[in-house]
Design a protein around this ligand. Structure first.
Ligand SMILES: Nc1ncnc2c1ncn2[C@@H]1O[C@H](COP(=O)(O)OP(=O)(O)OP(=O)(O)O)[C@@H](O)[C@H]1O
Ligand SMILES: [Mg+2]
Length: 252
């Protein structure tokens, strides 16, 4: 069953068509990848889905509802969350507080910092925070200052922050960028576990082809904003259009 569907999604920046008439679906429970050379429109596509960008044309449907015109916050409340890179961490707060704030924000729309002092009253927030920290294996580090975590752990905290709204669909834009091979392997394992343990549907943009071919059920390939292939890893690997698009320098 399709959980997310775009129809003719298009985003222009002036004369540049960054996302060009993209129609694709994400089925419930699958790990769906978006790949393509630099500048292909992958991040723009994701940002049109989250509401961070307003599409020029086309629509986005999620769980049967039209979410094309929702704000980023409304999109989160509808059940879609995006894992941001380290910019969304509050470094001087603890690991636990970072996830609590995200859980609160998801529940209440906005939050004030003094809410934190009264957090002990919010059982649901505590439960969610513990579950998500344990899902990313950071429960033991809950009381550490977030800024003191090693890079790979910070990225896992980012994922826990994204999970705090208890999304049905998790969007990830290059989650292993800048990671060491060990951190990459751990993150890939984590993504696989999350899907199983939390029943998540995942839409992931990733440059590392080994990662993509290992974890994806289906892969959407963009080039210059357009869909040039869409199918299983095997189908995509065999596509001549895909091989051609990648001849420009990015290794497949
Ligand atoms: N806010 C913006 N204003 C103008 N042009 C933009 C904007 N954001 C992206 N672009 C352009 O749109 C095109 C697609 O960019 P996008 O970031 O979506 O590509 P990408 O596939 O994510 O690339 P990368 O692999 O480098 O992350 C590029 O030509 C980019 O320069
Ligand atoms: Mg990008």
């Amino acid at each position: 069953m399709s959980l997310l569907r775009t129809d003719g999604l298009t985003k222009q920046f002036g004369g540049l068509v960054a996302v060009d008439d993209v129609s694709f679906e994400v089925d419930s429970g699958e790990t769906r990848a978006v790949i393509g050379p630099n500048g292909a429109g992958k991040s723009t596509l994701i940002n049109c889905i989250t509401g961070a960008l307003d599409p020029t044309a086309g629509s986005v449907e999620f769980a049967g509802a039209d979410i094309t015109d929702l704000s980023p916050h409304e999109t989160v409340q509808s059940g879609i969350s995006k894992s941001f890179q380290t910019a969304s961490i509050f470094p001087s707060m603890t690991v636990e507080e970072n996830v609590q704030i995200a859980a609160l924000a998801a529940e209440h729309g906005s939050f004030r910092f003094d809410f934190l002092k009264r957090l002990s009253g919010f059982d649901a927030v505590h439960d969610t925070t513990d579950r998500m920290l344990s899902a990313v294996e950071l429960l033991g580090d809950a009381d550490l200052e977030a800024g003191s975590l090693p890079y790979g752990d910070k990225r896992r905290l980012e994922i826990a922050i994204a999970l705090a709204s208890e999304p049905d669909l998790l969007l990830m834009d290059e989650p292993t960028a800048g990671m060491s091979p060990d951190e990459t392997a751990a993150t890939v394992d984590l993504v696989e576990d999350l899907q199983e343990d939390l029943g998540l549907t995942i839409l992931i943009v990733e440059h590392d082809m080994e990662v993509i071919f290992r974890i994806s059920d289906r892969i959407l390939v963009l080039n210059r904003g357009q869909v040039i292939a869409d199918g299983t890893p095997e189908q995509v690997q065999d596509s001549e259009d895909v091989q051609e698009a990648y001849l420009g320098g990015v290794e497949l």
